[in-house]
Design a protein around this ligand. Structure first.
Ligand SMILES: Nc1ncnc2c1ncn2[C@@H]1O[C@H](COP(=O)(O)OP(=O)(O)O)[C@@H](O)[C@H]1O
Ligand SMILES: [Mg+2]
Length: 392
């Protein structure tokens, strides 16, 4: 898709595809400037990475003395990989110059023996690797690297670590959590922003009083962008690309997608593409079918991986049942014993399929919900969304 497409979804969005989040941006910016560690938790695809990236972009312009480190632990599987990545990114961020990287590596990583291999473009890429026995003896030296460099060079670091919960899944994850916390809490010139999408794991790391990262920093649960803000954004993007949509029609898009950032952009994009010049109700409806259809294999896989009682529990939730452990619900939906309901409820939450809200449970994926209602209750999309529209 060319850069002139009307809407964008995938991973990080910026500039004209980034909207709203004013108060969150301000909050995060203030924390970074004041050295307050921050934790951000939200389901996947609501906009954590985009928000952090946006704030880092602003920060880089405002404060030349602050060096920014970005780490994504998505594919990092063990302690060694983490330490290598950490060291490499801290060194790269500390200076724009290749000779500094080499000098810093020698100066600040004394007890581990690193080997440096330059990539195809030596000014943008280098590979730093360590001998395993060295690193296992001295991880502290690497974990303290930002603080040590910052003190010596009179700079500061803001270190952002995406999908941070992966640390807990390392072989010695618990030990690693303890070590990180013990060292990082003494850092005065390195500020950490730790975020992730696996909410039950993030909560376990940061909200459990018996865990080392309890109260490590300011915890921000990232919410959804409001309907009216999405409407403004959608109308603006239509204008910028020479098409039209009325506020009423534009409002259907966030409503039908429960304001889920990624899906709002996807549905908006499908609608825009289908519409010759002006988008009407039937364009949004057809686009909705396309969005759902393009995800069907994925939805089928989710459903197939559930046990019969789990699937039945999800049906009860889809049908709007609130007291899942009640006698009526249990017999109507064949969800098994009360203990099984409790266990499956926890599992569906851990799989990020459902969310517990003050008034019951809801599906986290709005398109999956629509597909699910059609699949198991024979409800057509239009009848479901017309109810959604009335109630919001
Ligand atoms: N502030 C925003 N403005 C517009 N679209 C957004 C915004 N935040 C997220 N999105 C949409 O959601 C998608 C996922 O965002 P991302 O930042 O990757 O979420 P997360 O890191 O929480 O998984 C983006 O590709 C974009 O389509
Ligand atoms: Mg992300």
């Amino acid at each position: 898709m060319s850069s002139s497409s009307a809407f964008k979804y995938g991973t990080i969005v910026s500039s004209r595809y980034f909207t709203n989040r004013e108060s969150e941006s301000k909050h995060l910016n203030t924390n970074f400037r004041n050295g307050i560690h921050t934790i951000i938790i939200s389901p996947r695809r609501w906009g954590k990475s985009s928000l952090v990236e946006k704030v880092l972009g602003d920060l880089g312009k405002q404060e030349k003395n602050v060096k920014i480190v970005r780490l994504d632990l998505f594919s990092v599987k063990n302690e060694l990989e983490f330490l290598e990545k950490f060291a490499k990114e801290v060194i790269k961020a500390s200076s724009p110059k290749l000779d500094h990287w080499i000098a810093y590596t020698k100066e600040f990583l004394q007890s581990v023996v690193p080997s440096i291999n330059l990539g195809v473009d030596p000014n943008n890429d280098f590979k730093l690797s360590f001998h395993l026995p060295d690193i296992e003896k001295k991880p502290d030296e690497i974990l303290n690297l930002p603080e040590v460099i910052a003190q010596k060079k009179n700079i500061r670091f803001v270190i952002c670590i995406d999908e941070f919960q992966n640390i807990a899944e390392f072989d010695n994850g618990a030990h690693m959590e303890k070590k990180l916390r013990a060292l990082w809490q003494h850092h005065k010139k390195a500020t950490y922003c730790l975020y992730g999408s696996k909410r039950h794991m993030m909560n376990e790391i940061f909200n459990n009083p018996s865990k080392p990262f309890y109260r490590f920093g300011d915890l921000i649960p990232l919410g959804k962008i409001k309907t009216e803000d999405w409407v403004k954004y959608i109308i603006e993007r239509y204008k910028a690309t020479g098409k039209h949509i009325s506020p009423d029609i534009a409002a259907l898009i966030p409503r039908w997608m429960s304001n889920h950032s990624w899906y709002v952009q996807q549905l908006a994009n499908f609608t825009w593409q289908l519409s010759p010049e002006r988008s009407e109700y039937h364009h949004v409806l057809t686009a909705l079918e396309d969005v759902i259809n393009s995800n069907v294999p994925f939805f089928q896989k989710i459903a197939e991986e559930l046990s019969p009682t789990q699937l039945n529990l999800l049906k009860a939730i889809a049908a709007g049942e609130k007291s899942l452990n009640s006698k009526e619900t249990m017999s109507q939906y064949s969800v098994g014993t009360s203990a099984m309901v409790t266990k499956n409820k926890k599992l569906l939450i851990e799989k990020d399929l459902i969310d517990q809200t003050p008034d019951g449970f809801e599906f986290l994926d709005p398109a999956f919900r629509l597909w699910f209602l059609k699949q198991y209750f024979n409800r057509d999309y239009e009848s479901v969304i017309s109810l959604t529209s009335e109630s919001s």
